[in-house]
Ligand binder design. Sequence first.
Ligand code: ATP
Ligand code: MG
Length: 329
Amino acid sequence: HDLRNEDLKDLQELGQGNGGSVKKVEHLPTGTIMAKKIVLIDAKPSVRKQILRELQIMHDCHCDYIISFYGAFISDPNICICMEHMDKGSLDGIYKKIGPIDIDVVGKVALAVLEGLTYLYDVHRIIHRDIKPSNILCNSKGQIKICDFGVSGELINSIADTFVGTSTYMSPERIQGAQYTVKSDVWSLGISLIELALGRFPFADSESDDSDLSEFEGTLSPSRPNPLALPPRTKEQRDKKKKRKSKGVSLQGGGMTMSILELLQHIVNEPAPRLTPEGRFPREADDFVDSCLYKDPDQRKTPKELLKHTWIENARTTKFDLEAWASTF
Ligand code: ATP
Ligand code: MG
C-alpha cells in the first residue's frame, strides 16, 4: 500500500539540514511512527518521477545497520522520504548533548558503519557518499544505523544542480575531483570517529561551539569555479549567507579562523588528523583511525577489509551494553 501525505500527522520537527527538513510523523492508518524527510527539488516533473523510481531500491535494503524505508512520494514541489524513526537522534546531536563519546561506543559505531557500507556495496553496489555524525542514528534499543545514502543518481544530480552536495568530511581525492569510491566513505568515517571521540570536529581547533562550521557542511562543490558564489536554497539560508558574507566567510574556533577553502586546502595538503596526539585511546583505535585516513586512496582499505581489523573484531565481541548506554541520555 502506498504512503500518502494526508495519512501522516506531524508530531515534531527533528532537524534541518542543507537539503531540507526532517519531521517525526505518525502514519495514522497503522499508528507507525516515522521520520519524514522533505527534500526540495528544483527539477522537472519527469526528473522528480525518475528520482522516485530510483528511491524504490531502498525497499530492498534490509540490514540491521541501515535505516528501514517506508516509502517516498512527491508532494509538490517536494519529495518526501519516509523512514524508520530513531528516537535517540543522530550522533552529532548526542555528542553535543553529552560530550565526547566513550571509545567503546565509538568502536561499536565504526563496526555498524562498516557493516552498513559493506552491505550497501556488496549487495546493491551503492556508495554512501555522505558519512558523517548527522547521518549515523541511534535508538533506545541501542541500535546504530546509517541513513541518507546515495541511492538515487538523479537525486544526487538534482541536489548538485540546485545546491551542492559536498562537505568537510570529504576525502582529499574527492576534493581534488576524483571519482567517489567506497574508500572515500572510509575517509569520512575516520573523520567522524575522531569527532565523536574528541567531542569536536577535528579540523576546528577549539572546544567552543562549532556551529559556524556546520553551516558550511554541504555548501561547497570543488568542481565548480566559485562554489561560494552559488545561491543557497531557501530564503533563510540566503539570509544566513548574506550575514556571513559581510563578515567574511570563516570558520572560527578558539584561536583559529579558517575559511572553507583553506579548510579544503588543509585536508589536501596537511597530514591527516589523528586520535593519537590526544594520547588517551587504545592503540588499536588509533591504528584503525589511521588506516581510515591514509591520504592516498590506494593505501586505504575498503569497509569489508576493515571489518577484519582487531579494534573492530573487539568491538564485535565486547559485552558493552549499548542499550544501557543509550538510556543515559
Ligand atoms: P546535511 O543536510 O548537511 O546532510 P543533516 O544530515 O543534519 O545535514 P538532514 O539529513 O536533513 O540533515 O537531517 C536533519 C536532522 O534530522 C539530523 O541531524 C538528525 O538529527 C535528524 N534525523 C534525520 N533522520 C532521522 C531519523 N530517521 N530519525 C530520527 N532523526 C532523524
Ligand atoms: Mg542527514
